[in-house]
Design a protein around this ligand. Structure first.
Ligand code: CMP
Length: 139
């Protein structure tokens, strides 16, 4: 089925001027960027977004990284978009990411791993709502 997923190009991507290169991989995979905005994530936004990881030892570092520079928030649309985008991103740890994936090509470490993508259709809807109004998503 056609789905929407939520994506973030993280601060390590914007710092290295890689937003176009990452978007090219996304589009070549057949996913459509139906909403996109470059923002500076506030501390409150990052803490809320990563709430599920609040008890993890890396939570503080994660929030600090995600607010350390501009990010690009996106809505991606396509057939099986949630699973498709996870495949296109590659494993969370770039050392384990498959050839041709975004993280294999660009990511530096498990923390600075260039992109985020929703892990389920349910979370995609929750995450999209945190950053986009329905009227700003143009399919
Ligand atoms: P993301 O998909 O954005 O969701 C949670 C993030 O936590 C994950 O990508 C990683 O970038 C980050 N993360 C996971 N494990 C670690 C870790 N050991 N140290 C720092 N960050 C981590």
């Amino acid at each position: 089925a056609t789905e929407r997923t939520f994506s973030i190009l993280k601060p390590d991507a914007t710092a290295r001027n890689l937003t176009g290169a990452v978007n090219a991989v996304i589009e070549e995979a057949g996913l459509r960027i139906v909403a996109q905005r470059r923002i500076r994530m506030s501390d409150a936004q990052a803490k809320k977004f990563y709430e599920v990881h609040a008890e993890r030892p890396f939570y503080g570092e994660l929030v600090e990284f995600m607010t350390s520079g501009p990010v690009v928030v996106q809505v991606l649309e396509g057939e099986n978009a949630v699973a498709k985008y996870r495949e296109v991103m590659g494993a969370t740890n770039p050392a384990q990411a498959a050839e041709g994936t975004i993280r294999q090509k660009f990511a530096k470490s498990v923390g600075e791993n260039t992109v985020h993508g929703s892990d389920s259709l349910e979370n995609a809807a929750i995450e999209i709502k945190q950053f986009f109004d329905e009227k700003d998503i143009v399919g």
